[in-house]
Ligand binder design. Sequence first.
Ligand SMILES: NC(=O)c1ccc[n+]([C@@H]2O[C@H](COP(=O)([O-])OP(=O)(O)OC[C@H]3O[C@@H](n4cnc5c(N)ncnc54)[C@H](O)[C@@H]3O)[C@@H](O)[C@H]2O)c1
Ligand SMILES: O=C(O)C(=O)C[C@@H](O)[C@H](O)[C@H](O)COP(=O)(O)O
Length: 524
Amino acid sequence: MPTDIELPGPIVVVGPPGAGKTTVGQALAAHLGMEFRDTDADIVATAGKPISDIFVDDGEEHFRALEREAVAVAVAEHQGVVALGGGAVLSEATRALLANVTVVYLDVDLSEAVKRVELDRGRPLLAVNPRATLRGLLEQRRPLYREVATLEVDTTGREVADLVAQISAAVARRRVDVGGEQPYPVIIGPGGSSDIIEYLGQATRVAIVYTASVSERAELVARAVNSRVAPVMLEVPDAEDGKTIAIAQQCWEALGTEGFTRSDLIIGVGGGAVTDLAGFVAASWLRGVAVVHVPTSLLGMVDAAVGGKTGVNTSAGKNLVGAFHPPRAVLCDTDSLLTLPTPDLAAGLAEVVKAGFISDPRILDLIEADPKAALDPGNAVMAELIERAIAVKARVVEADLREGGLRAILNYGHTFAHAIEKVENYRWRHGDAVAVGMVYAAHLGALTGRADLVERTTSVLSALGLPVSYQGGRWDDLSEAMRIDKKALGSTLRFVLLEDLAAPVIVADVSAEHRAAAYERVSE
Ligand SMILES: NC(=O)c1ccc[n+]([C@@H]2O[C@H](COP(=O)([O-])OP(=O)(O)OC[C@H]3O[C@@H](n4cnc5c(N)ncnc54)[C@H](O)[C@@H]3O)[C@@H](O)[C@H]2O)c1
Ligand SMILES: O=C(O)C(=O)C[C@@H](O)[C@H](O)[C@H](O)COP(=O)(O)O
């Protein structure tokens, strides 16, 4: 995948002897393409003798002072992975050096720690009776490791590769570049929203559009912005209630009052509804000011905030008023996902599944292998899914921003989904509607002689707890709602169907009989 890894500074690895700081630290550094550094090795180089000799000749206190100095230098200079000696956290001054650093605490249970250190007898504090000594060390130091840790990982009985995948997903930021006429980065990873300061440009005024549900996230962004400009906070109604022309109008009024000019900036902090609205306000104010999206929902990260489609709903249908307006950057702070309710995580995964069917079947394999992991924001599987889905969208929108052709494939399942949303007065989650819409499209595909992906579609969506059917007896309303679809040409409806997995086509000749028959099959 065409992605880079960005680190928010060095990653420091701490933990007791036998936890695997060197082995895991080196493997993590290799995986991230970074350098590995070990403060014990730095101390040996500075002192010109082995650590055991420093303990014997100069005493532990002297060693801790050398260690403090080595940690201070490493944290200030190094951008890779730094492993500290097991006792480094004993010094309060050393712990203070770790206050604003990403620290991974590797833990291990006593028996496995004993086994591991018995293979490595060169440790001064473990020369005699390692089991009792280790037990004492673990009891004394565990609270101190926890005090400095950003992430705690139990290494007992686990493979190094598995640990590396978990840690890198949890601490490293990834980047997907969206190319095309107006390129921009999508940054993915924990804590990413604080990067906002890099994307303020020349702005002397900044407006943050957000909903009450994510006020803490908006506050974090506001604090970061505030070091340059005091932002105007524009709280809007939640979800689709905020995606209206009336709310856009209120935002325009606020921008007018604040005297927003073309060099100023709008930031959307929230789910897809907020980023669609904020993007539309930015696209229309003075015919276009910059917008940075900080999506807080999974669906916002993998789809809505990326690609430059912005808009609001009207009484005639979903997203019928809008503009193509690419953002300056998209900051996917995956810490946000920790507060997102599971049904909203699942709804976001519906768009990820879509990316799997239209372009990247590895997504489907990953979800089918472990649907629970796919729904777990702390799991490396979810991190990989986010990145893969964004990469699919990036490759499509950079080739066809204004949906002249290819981009329509991103609408797979959406003709029926948007009809459900309209008929349900926008009270259905978008992702839930897309799930049912994909089952409908799979039936249409099978009915029209293409690949039969109905079983795979329903099973992968059901595994995520997503709906796969819709109530019967609503065909007239639904087919009326489907008439106003942005893919339609004149009175001809066009559907995205799959010739096969990852082989989408845009089809204009789906008969009324097939459309109605697919509804019968998807209805409960
Ligand atoms: N522009 C595009 O390309 C594009 C693509 C896909 C979807 N969309 C649009 O995106 C919208 C759907 O996005 P969505 O699923 O994010 O819905 P949403 O914006 O309505 O958010 C869903 C719910 O989650 C809450 N929420 C968001 N982040 C949270 C967090 N971190 N913690 C707790 N609660 C949180 C919201 O307040 C809301 O109640 C639809 O309007 C859809 O049309 C646009
Ligand atoms: O980005 C696109 O293009 C998409 O179609 C992505 C869809 O997942 C998304 O729901 C989008 O908002 C639908 O666009 P619309 O043009 O059908 O309103």
